[in-house]
Design a protein around this ligand. Structure first.
Ligand code: DPM
Length: 328
């Protein structure tokens, strides 16, 4: 785990109130939160920090497919409740788990520098040397992401797919036990847990799009809490913020709240922001994808414009079908 974690927190210099930080308890969530705490300590020496770990619905319900539980804050709601009822001041989330509409009274105070946002293929040891395209017919890949599933079905129809739940270590253990031949996991999570040696193939973003916000952390706090907003400001990363705001605006403009197969790929080239997005049906038969370029200074407009473009090409129809089936 992060060496920052073992840094003893310095006692308060004056009468500063501790910043109470809410986090999930998984090894990955804690690695992320310790990183944030280390950054806060580096920017504000002596600032007292208090860690509050909480379980979310997503940590408790482990036997139901993600898409069936719905995604309205599955991994974030309990942390948000603690902000709203005043028992914590700052919540640290994987940005991709944070819904694009926040509860009244809460804001995304900062988006941190982005870890690699791409997805990776992790295989059973015996399959070393294979890639998605060359895996034998019927190889079983575990994922509970509709986005990953639709893109895999579209590009690699020779593979089979099976739902997998649980945190990263649980998933890797299921792979060891032979319940799956392979898994698709975020490079960011594997990096943060020091498991990049498990990666067999990093999926090319020109073919396989990642999730909105993947690899960034979202720091959420109460609206108007100027002290916290000021303290977390140095943790905000300008490029990651522009990219993630564009991606989130794209997703917000497209979806009605359900989990849908939507992916993105973004790049900042100076003053220009390039955003590619895709919407697919669950079977991966129809996959609509396009790119929009616009000013980095107005990232949300780029996201909204791209959503409009995809809607004109039939994305709306696909989403309506998915919403109707999920009844949400
Ligand atoms: C969300 C999805 C998944 C997580 C859906 C998606 C993956 C679920 C699965 C919204 N949250 O990506 O299309 O594959 O069965 C999650 C992970 C991380 C944050 C794990 C992972 C780490 C990466 C990051 C689960 N949330 O995707 O491998 O911090 O961005």
């Amino acid at each position: 785990m992060s060496e920052l974690a073992s840094t003893p927190l310095r006692p308060s210099a004056g009468a500063a109130q501790p910043v109470r930080i809410a986090s999930r308890k998984s090894e990955l969530a804690l690695a992320q939160t310790y990183w944030v705490m280390g950054q806060l300590q580096a920017h504000h020496p002596g600032l007292p920090l208090e860690l509050h770990t909480l379980s979310t619905q997503g940590d408790i319900i482990l036997d139901v497919a993600l898409a069936k539980i719905g995604d309205k804050g599955l991994f974030t709601k309990e942390l948000e409740v603690s902000l709203l009822n005043g028992s914590s001041d700052l919540a640290v989330h994987s940005l991709k788990d944070l819904p694009t509409r926040l509860p009244e009274g809460l804001v995304l105070g900062a988006i941190t520098q982005r870890e690699d946002p791409l997805d990776a293929l992790v295989l059973r040891e015996e399959l070393r040397g294979y890639q998605l395209a060359t895996l034998p017919e019927g190889t079983v890949i575990g994922t509970s992401s509709l986005r990953r599933l639709a893109q895999l079905r579209h590009a690699f129809p020779h593979l089979q797919f099976k739902d997998v739940r649980g945190n990263l270590n649980t998933r890797l253990a299921k792979l060891e036990r032979g319940e799956y031949d392979g898994l698709i996991l975020a490079v960011a999570g594997l990096k943060r847990l020091g498991k990049t040696d498990r990666i067999h193939e990093v999926l090319d973003p020109s073919v396989f799009l990642y999730a909105v916000g993947q690899g960034s952390l979202g720091l959420e706090c109460r609206q108007g809490d100027e002290r916290i907003l000021e303290l977390i400001r140095p943790l905000a990363d300008a490029e990651a913020t522009a990219r993630c705001l564009a991606e989130r605006a794209f997703l917000r403009a497209l979806e009605g709240g359900c989990q849908v197969p939507i992916g993105v790929h973004s790049q900042v080239r100076g003053e220009e922001l390039h955003l590619t997005g895709m919407v697919a049906d669950l079977e991966g038969r129809r996959l609509i994808r396009d790119t929009q370029t616009g000013p980095t200074a107005d990232p949300e407009a780029v996201g909204v414009a791209l959503a409009e473009k995809l809607k004109q090409q039939g994305a709306d129809e696909i989403l309506q079908e998915i919403f109707a089936r999920a009844r949400c």
